[in-house]
Write a protein that binds this ligand. Structure first.
Ligand SMILES: Nc1ncnc2c1ncn2[C@@H]1O[C@H](COP(=O)(O)OP(=O)(O)OP(=O)(O)O)[C@@H](O)[C@H]1O
Ligand SMILES: O=C(O)C1=C[C@@H](O)[C@@H](O)[C@H](O)C1
Ligand SMILES: [Mg+2]
Length: 258
């Protein structure tokens, strides 16, 4: 049986006949995916080209991947779990975009920052101040672990959720991971203008705002990249346009463009 393969960080099922080749039980599907990824990671790039990409141009391949990448999980609507997780630095729009995306997909929307605030009865700034950042990270890890086992949902994660390796892996195993990106200038501008920043975005380094965004973003880029199924640039784009592009990347089965 052909399994699946990863290309440009996207998990791809190699067959269109997923209903027969992919186990329906979510637990078995997770193992199946993990195995496929491991299998692909262990192939040399030359071997990958020979086995998978022979005779196809890169662009054709990309199109094929876009068309197929989420075809199978979405076709199993109702049978398997399928969670879309939004990742990205502060103020890249995870919460704003996530709400609209969830309503377009008709799925539940979950914002793990909001959940942590509501369960703990404290703002994120208070948690950082009174209990320390490591405590917040642990709450975040637990919250995401719980929510990623939902059947269908759009999850807006916190900007630093990807710091945890176990969380990164679980996100990827649970469905597509959408990385919202923005330039330092855009992030700084949005952070300054958003009244919610004071309570929900305590300083991470003690540096000035611009220096902090530059240094923390730089250090996290490899982790966002590792966790992501695909990236969406958000600079100078409306929330509607961003959701349209995500829907289009998710493929026709999500109601997105073909
Ligand atoms: N595409 C966009 N264009 C203009 N403003 C935006 C866009 N996306 C989000 N914003 C604004 O940026 C601010 C931050 O957005 P949001 O809270 O959704 O970001 P976030 O990624 O969830 O941040 P955090 O990681 O801190 O939770 C809000 O004021 C929001 O209205
Ligand atoms: O980037 C971060 O580390 C954070 C982002 C926010 O979403 C919150 O989770 C919190 O302010 C920490
Ligand atoms: Mg948010």
């Amino acid at each position: 049986m052909r399994l699946g393969f990863l290309f440009e960080n996207q998990y791809v099922l190699s067959s269109n006949r997923c209903s027969t080749s992919v186990p329906r039980d979510p637990r078995i599907r997770r193992r199946f995916r993990a195995h496929s990824i491991h299998w692909f990671d262990n192939l040399s790039s030359v071997e990958r080209s020979r086995q998978q990409f022979t005779g196809k141009t890169q662009e054709k391949l990309r199109q094929a991947i876009r068309a197929n990448v989420l075809d199978c999980p979405l076709r199993h609507n109702g049978n398997t779990n399928m969670v879309v997780t939004l990742i990205g630095y502060r103020a890249t729009g995870k919460s704003t975009v996530g709400q609209l995306l969830a309503s377009r997909l008709g799925w539940d929307f979950v914002d793990t920052d909001d959940q942590i605030v509501s369960v703990s009865g404290k703002s994120i700034a208070e948690i950082f101040r009174e209990d320390g950042e490591p405590h917040f990270r642990e709450l975040e890890r637990q919250q995401l672990q719980r929510e990623l086992s939902r059947e269908h949902a759009v999850i807006s994660s916190g900007g630093g959720a990807i710091l945890n390796e176990q969380t990164r892996q679980l996100m990827r195993e649970s469905g597509p991971v959408v990385w919202l990106s923005a330039s330092v200038e855009t992030i700084v501008e949005r952070l300054k203008e958003d009244a919610a920043s004071t309570g929900s975005r305590p300083s991470l380094t003690g540096e000035g705002l611009v220096e902090e965004v530059e240094s923390v973003l730089r250090s996290r880029l490899p982790l966002y990249s590792e966790a992501a199924s695909f990236v969406i640039e958000t600079d100078e784009r409306t929330v509607d346009e961003i959701v349209d592009e995500i829907m289009s990347q998710l493929g026709p089965e999500s109601g997105g463009a073909s």
